[in-house]
Ligand binder design. Sequence first.
Ligand SMILES: *Cc1c(COP(=O)(O)O)cnc(C)c1O
Length: 463
Amino acid sequence: MPFKTIIEPFRIKAVEPIRHTTRAEREAALQAAGYNLFLLKAEDVLIDLLTDSGTGAMSSAQWAGVMQGDESYAGARSFYRFEAAVQEITHLKHVIPTHQGRAAERILFGSLLKPDDIVPNNTHFDTTRANVEYRHAQALDIPIAEARRPQELHPFKGNIDLKVLAQILTEQREHIPLVMITVTNNSGGGQPVSMANIRAASEICRSHGVPLFLDACRFAENAWFIKMREEGYADATPMAIAQEMFSYVDGCTMSAKKDGMANIGGFLALNDDDLAQRCKNMLILTEGFPTYGGLAGYDLEAIAVGLHEALDEDYLRYRIRSVAYLGEILTREGIPMVQPPGGHAIYLDAKSMLAHIPPGEFPAWALSLALYLEGGIRSVEIGSVMFGLQPDGSEIPATNELVRLAFPRRVYTQSHVDYVAEVLIHVNNRRDRIRGVRMVESPPVLRHFTARFEPGEDGLIVG
Ligand SMILES: *Cc1c(COP(=O)(O)O)cnc(C)c1O
């Protein structure tokens, strides 16, 4: 191919208008929302990069699947299609559908964890951490040292620290019912985990008789990074790479709202017969019968098709490239971000960019508010609001103060990305004028979803 432009590998069949607002309207919207972007009305947002979860565009093949949904209560054809799609990729024995990823987490941890247990993970996602802590167990993050230095380059910055893993399994084996690896490492910057790391972690776990689970939400994006960056995988298909990733684990939790390319859904898949039975009993209690697990037959169809589409090479090339493209513009402009760019998102480094705002005034939260106020862009804080509150009620500033710009799948085009870059440059030029915020109301768990804030007397941005 003589051409280097990577185009969106689809054409658009249905469009949804997005709405411009004035700065004054956005100011009022922020005030009404308690300066919490989760509490905005979505129609007041121009470019919504809050999350890539369930926000993607389904394909015509998925919509066709929706029409074929079998809504039988038990044994529906759609379940068997779903199960076959999951098993082709994972080869895991028991496939348990759930309404989304956190339900899979709750059921798994509810069946497996006792108080004072420890779950090591490269980095727990927020709902994963909350579900571990809800069982009075400890969610222990053990990423490699490079993960704690946002601007340091590493091809597989999502890797779990194998030395620490081996050490903790040697010392605390009886308190560790499972180990998890999150691919890609969402809270750690959307960074991939190498095949060598998964393989080695699996060997360590096996030698201690502890099961290893993947938090598999972005397994396809992780497979693409392995293809691009790890020796020996350049000619392998994303499907073959994904299959190898899953061959090293005993189970996984999955949010189909990510690389399932669906708007809702998830699953738990595992090999252990006895544990699967206990999980299915819990599933019946709160989600539904094991052949639908809180989903409609048509959702199961959409996921079955979506899991395959997520592994399409043209799609993955475009997906990873559009995030890298924004990353290149920001790097050129000297805007601090987690390097290299992640698979599904850019993570701005607010600790560097807004060094004048102390952690207690939530610099990353303030930056995300500024992006909305100036450009109508919604992002999400991954910093001290999300992770600062400890289970005992104390407050410890998060290691990193990040703002995540997550890209919904197949939704925005290159001109949207160019607009985002322009707003970021504009806000970065005014960074010295951005002020911190005060938390005035906060719930005891997952507080970032509903906490309310107030800016200081000078407002969010002075002058
Ligand atoms: C989204 C996500 C979850 C939770 O899935 P939901 O479908 O939102 O419940 C768990 N882990 C990771 C890494 C995620 O990105």
